[in-house]
Structure formats: C-alpha cells, structure tokens
Design a protein around this ligand. Structure first.
Ligand SMILES: NC(=O)c1ccc[n+]([C@@H]2O[C@H](COP(=O)([O-])OP(=O)(O)OC[C@H]3O[C@@H](n4cnc5c(N)ncnc54)[C@H](O)[C@@H]3O)[C@@H](O)[C@H]2O)c1
Length: 351
C-alpha cells in the first residue's frame, strides 16, 4: 500500500515519512521543489520516493495523484503561524484551495484513497482558562479566533464533504527533541507573546507521526481525533519554553512573558488541554511523556549545555529588550495585538 505524504519535509512530515518507512510501508513524499527540500531528500530513509509538486497548482495535483495512485494520503502541507498572518492570500491557497484540489483529484481515482487530514485545535479558538474548565473533545464546538483556525476548519469541511474515506486529526502543540533547529528569533518572539498561563497540550512529533501512520489503516473512518500527549503534556505556555531551554542548559535564558487577562474572552491564544482517550484507544500513539522529552532534549544538547548555561544571563538581557511586551503599558498579554504588530492581521474574516 502506497502512502502519499504532503508537506513531507516539514516538521510533522519528516517524522511521518520516517515512521511509515520504519513500518515497512511504501511512501511517496511530496513537497515544494526548493533547495532545502532537495537537500533533505538526500537524507530520507532508503526506498522513500520523492515527487515535487506545488499543491496550489490543480494540474500538478492531478498528475501527482494520478501517477502515485496512493491507497492513503496524509495531507500535512500548510502555511502555519506566524507566516500565515503575513501571507494571508498565499496561506488560503495552500491551506484551503490546495486541500480542495487534492480531494477532487483523489475522489476521481478508480479506487479513491483514504484521506487523513492534518487539522489543529486552533479550530476551537481562544479559551480563557479562568472561565472554561473543561477539556477539549471532538464534540467541543469549533469557534476559530484567527485565520489559522478558520483555514483549518474550512479544510475540515471540505474533507467531510468529499466522496472518499477520511479521518481528521486535530493536533496540539507539536514538540521535537531536535529543538536546536527551531531556536530562532521569530519562534522565541512568537512564544514570548502568548499568555504565560494559557493552557497548552504538547505532543512529541514522533508520536504525532505514529498517529498519522496508524490513521491510514485503523478503523477510524469518519472520525475526528484529538492528538495530544498524555496527561504529563498538559502544560502552561510559559512553562514550556523555559523547561525546554533549561533542559538544553539555557537556564533562565528566556524572558518571562505576561499572563492572560482573566476578564477577557478573546485575549487568549487558541490552545488548550484535550481529552485524548479515544484517539489513544484507536491509534495507540502516545509513547513519549513530557519528562522523557525533556531528558532526551538534554541528552541531545550534550557538550553544548555548559556553553548555553554560561551564555544564558547575557542572552536574557538581550532577549528581554526585544521581548513582545518590553515596556508594555498593560499588565496582561495581548497576543492578537502583538501578532498584528509584528506579522500582520490575524483575524479570520476572509477565511
Ligand atoms: N506544528 C504544530 O504544532 C501543528 C499543530 C497543529 C496542527 N499542525 C498541522 O500539521 C501540519 C504539518 O505542520 P508542520 O508543523 O509540519 O508544518 P511545516 O511548516 O513544518 O510543514 C509544512 C510543509 O508544507 C509545505 N508546503 C507549503 N506550501 C506548499 C505548497 N504550495 N505545495 C506543497 N507543499 C507546500 C512546506 O514546504 C512544508 O514542508 C499542518 O497542516 C499544520 O497545520 C501543526
């Protein structure tokens, strides 16, 4: 059985391709034809085929699906935060229109593939932890606060309406132990603007990959499943970055952000804790606890840990001056305002 993975060189895609290959599945990896992906293609597990395609081009999508004739498609390609807020038009083409092209091409195959769609808990929108006590479930009504949640919901609706077998996985905050590659100023700035007491359900990317691989064969057709780590992954936003930094030796190196406004229904980011009972029962993907993830992060940082520890105090002074709420007027975080100021309008209007 051939599985076609879109967005195959992204964070989740790379892990998913590896997982499928390790399970002995035939994999075709597709992504944009850009130099970084060409380089990554050289490091793929043996036997994985690569087909470059821009999924915003319906003819390229038709040709891809026609020639691969997959039995399952894992659709991961997307433009995600924060870039989505700067490239709103492109993001819609990739996140929504390209999903429609893929579904149309897949549905007209003689034997349409199972379509496994990557969605996000961003579909639920902002959730004030002071007012909303319950865990997210597949039945919690979606209510997107931003363009990303709106795009993800729009693409889910396309999937549900398509004439083929489908599964939707709504992911929480995906983490990797290869964190060094993600340590850039934009990512730190983005994390720094989120309310420190926002609830966030993290999940190791390798467990996400297990979930996607399992969803191509498990008896879960027509289900929407929430993909988060076990209960040890129910964290507060402000604790995530500092714990990962500390695991790398960068103890106290990150500035502390602001809490969310307890009185506001909107000034919270679109993340929360989830009930993953059903998804774990159906897909058996949760292998990595939060403490295990931190220990492995520390191990992988290895000899660089003392250097990062030594650099942390000065780095903190530098990062504090550039932090989203440096000299902020109010006591509370304003995540959507800070996103608008740095990257562009996050509102869901045109989705
Ligand atoms: N990372 C997270 O925390 C998270 C959380 C919830 C949901 N998700 C979802 O999981 C999926 C994968 O996320 P990720 O973190 O791996 O993202 P990523 O940005 O690392 O990967 C996305 C990939 O899509 C590719 N892509 C973009 N435009 C394309 C186009 N026009 N044609 C073909 N390929 C294109 C990119 O080149 C990239 O490799 C996305 O659908 C995302 O919305 C991710």
């Amino acid at each position: 059985m051939t599985v076609l993975v879109t967005g195959a060189f992204g964070l989740v895609g790379s892990a998913t391709v590896k997982q499928l290959a390790a399970e002995g599945r035939r994999v075709v990896a597709t992504d944009l034809d850009i130099p970084g992906n060409r380089e990554a293609a050289g490091k793929l597990p043996p036997g994985v085929q690569v087909r470059y395609a821009d999924l915003t081009d319906p003819a390229a999508v038709d040709a891809l699906i026609g020639s691969v004739a997959p039995e399952a498609v894992i659709h991961l390609a997307a433009v995600i935060p924060p870039l989505i807020y700067t490239r709103r038009g492109l993001a819609r083409k990739v996140n929504v229109d390209a999903t429609a092209h893929l579904l149309a091409a897949a549905a007209k195959q003689p034997t349409p593939p199972r379509f496994v769609q990557a969605s996000s808990i961003a579909v639920y929108g902002a959730r004030n932890p002071h007012k909303i006590p319950d865990l997210l479930t597949a039945e919690t009504p979606p209510n997107p606060s931003d363009l990303y949640g709106a795009h993800k919901l729009a693409s889910e609706q396309l999937v549900r309406a398509a004439e083929l077998d489908w599964v939707i996985l709504r992911l929480g905050g995906v983490m990797t132990v290869e964190v060094a590659g993600l340590m850039n100023f934009d990512n730190l700035y983005f994390e720094g603007l989120l309310p420190t007491d926002n609830r966030l359900n993290t999940v190791d990317v390798r467990d996400v990959a297990r979930a996607f691989a399992a969803a191509t064969t498990a008896p879960v057709l027509g289900e929407t499943l929430l993909i988060g780590g076990d209960e040890s992954h129910r964290l507060r936003q402000g604790d995530v970055g500092s714990a990962v930094a500390a695991a790398m030796g960068f103890v106290g190196g990150l500035p502390i952000g602001l809490k969310g406004d307890p009185a506001s229904d909107t000034n919270w980011f679109a993340t929360d804790w989830m009930d993953s009972t059903r998804s774990q029962e159906a897909l058996g993907f949760q292998h990595t606890s939060w403490p295990d993830l931190l220990i492995e992060t520390a191990d992988r940082t290895g000899w660089k840990r003392p250097l990062l520890r030594a650099a942390a105090p000065l780095a903190r002074i530098f990062l504090e001056r550039r932090a989203p709420y440096h000299r902020a007027a109010g006591p509370y975080a304003d995540p959507w305002g800070a996103i608008a100021a740095k990257w562009g309008d996050p509102s869901p209007e045109d989705a």
